[in-house]
Design a protein around this ligand. Structure first.
Ligand SMILES: [Zn+2]
Length: 251
């Protein structure tokens, strides 16, 4: 049976009105930054790659440690990660890919097309990109280290990706069967529990109806156990068991 860990590697403050869709409140909002590790299957599977210390500095992050160091603390050497499921290509999920030199990266074709196409570089979207990391996608592809997906896909029995879009063109989330029930790693299909529980979107979107539909997909996949792991919510550490600082055991 699979075990699932959320590994926190940084944090940052913003305000609710800068983050939630058509939100009036100026209250502070703290984002936590995670990668997720799935153990107990044929091979360890990492979800996303985090970012490097250049982003931590340029974007004013707090308490940054490398995502690789968190993965190693959870028991897997960075060079021994064979598969990384990339939920989407925003900087905080993709810019750390060089930390995992032997991983194959599983990415929705639609997501890759978006960031290498017409709109990626526009003012509305470019702030979420790390250009060097996106250029690296080409290099990795020619080294046969990218697997492009067209929709939902089983990775191993009981471990699947689901293409939902909404926040980005080809956003995918991850479901994992565990002995406690189905864990849903929402990534940025739901940054906070507030999103999926009240159906309030965020401001960074490519398709608003798809984002709303993704909330329904999360609830449907999670079932009654509700083992939902929001993508950037400090409450993940309260709703599940923090076994060491920054290491949260989901199931
Ligand atoms: Zn994110």
């Amino acid at each position: 049976m699979y075990e699932v860990y959320a590994l926190k590697y940084s944090e940052r403050d913003t305000t609710k009105c800068q983050f939630f869709y058509r939100e009036a409140s100026h209250e502070k909002l703290t984002l936590h930054y995670f990668v997720w590790l799935i153990l107990g299957g044929p091979q360890p599977v990492l979800v996303d790659t985090g970012f490097l210390d250049d982003e931590a500095t340029s974007r004013g992050m707090r308490n940054y440690v490398t995502p690789a160091s968190m993965v190693e603390r959870a028991g897997v050497k960075a060079a021994d990660v064979p598969i990384s499921l990339i939920t989407h290509l925003h900087y905080d999920h993709w810019a750390g890919h060089s930390l995992f030199p032997n991983a194959e990266f599983w990415i929705q074709q639609e997501e890759a097309a978006f960031w290498t196409g017409k709109y990626g570089g526009t003012p509305a979207f470019r702030g979420s990109a790390n250009v060097n990391a996106l250029a690296g996608l080409v290099t990795l592809n020619y080294a046969n280290r990218v697997r492009f997906l067209d929709g939902d896909r089983e990775v191993f029995p009981g471990l699947r990706v689901h293409r939902v879009g909404g926040h980005t063109a080809g956003l995918q989330l991850v479901s994992v069967e565990t002995k406690r029930g189905t864990v849903v790693l929402t990534s940025d299909a739901s940054h906070f529990y507030h999103n999926v529980e009240t159906r309030q979107p965020v401001q960074i979107i490519t398709n608003l109806p798809e984002m709303l539909e993704a909330f329904e997909t999360i609830h449907a996949l999670a079932g009654k156990e509700k083992l939902i792991v929001a993508g950037h919510d400090p409450l993940v550490a309260d709703r599940f068991q923090q076994v060491e600082p920054g290491i949260i055991k989901i199931a």
